[in-house]
Design a protein. Structure first.
Length: 220
């Protein structure tokens, strides 16, 4: 065999060796990127819950459990990546951000002394001076997760919700079960994504800007 042929074979062998060495590294990078992206999506959900005035307990717990799984998976990826000499700083930032978001959701809120009886009496008094008419469509009460149409029932339920447990998840599920196909969130983009987590039978639209309002009005 000519010397040139030997050189070609050597270069080919070296290239194959490099390629075989890069394959695991590329696989590790792909896994790290995919898991970091999934963790980023979960972080967005947690951040929305942290700014929401009401968060369903079941949804919160599911989100936290999923975030903790993402943290453990990313920790494994980071350890593997460090061994291979990969840049894992982005993944480490995601871990830190997820941990902070979980801490916010699970921390005890500041205790505020309130007189719930006074608050309920104030609500009952205010509603007693308000002319409540029958709604054109059933109104789902978040304390019963059931529809109400009679004005006297709606007033009673509004008073109960001052101190009652918010059954938001059950309310959305009940509406979907009853045939509601579209949910509209006014003024934010917090509960819309949560609706899609509860049911896949309906769509959820968040209306925030004037363009959103006009688009919704044109569709109705």
């Amino acid at each position: 065999m000519a010397r040139g042929d030997d050189l070609i074979l050597k270069i080919s062998a070296d290239t194959s060796a490099v390629a075989s060495g890069l394959a695991p590294m590329n696989d590790a990078l792909d896994t790290l990127d995919a898991n970091a992206h999934e963790a980023s999506d979960q972080l967005s959900k947690l951040d929305k819950m942290n700014v929401s005035p009401t968060v369903d307990v079941d949804i919160r717990d599911e989100a936290i459990a999923k975030a903790r799984q993402d943290i453990e998976r990313l920790r494994d990826d980071v350890a593997h990546g460090v061994e291979m000499g990969l840049d894992t700083r982005a993944a480490q930032r995601e871990i830190s951000s997820l941990q902070s978001a979980i801490k916010k959701l699970t921390s005890e809120p500041e205790t505020v002394e309130i007189d719930v009886d006074v608050d309920k009496e104030a609500m009952a008094d205010a509603l007693g001076r308000t002319a409540v008419q029958s709604p054109l469509v059933p109104v789902y009460a978040n304390v019963t997760a059931a529809p109400a149409s009679a004005p006297q029932d709606i007033v009673k339920l509004l008073v109960q919700q001052v101190t009652g447990t918010v059954r938001w998840r059950e309310s959305v599920a009940a509406m979907a079960e009853a045939g509601v196909e579209e949910f509209v969130e006014l003024g934010g983009k917090v509960v819309g994504p949560m609706v899609r987590d509860i049911t896949d039978r309906a769509t959820a639209t968040s209306v925030v800007t004037m363009n959103d309002i006009e688009a919704l009005a044109a569709r109705l």
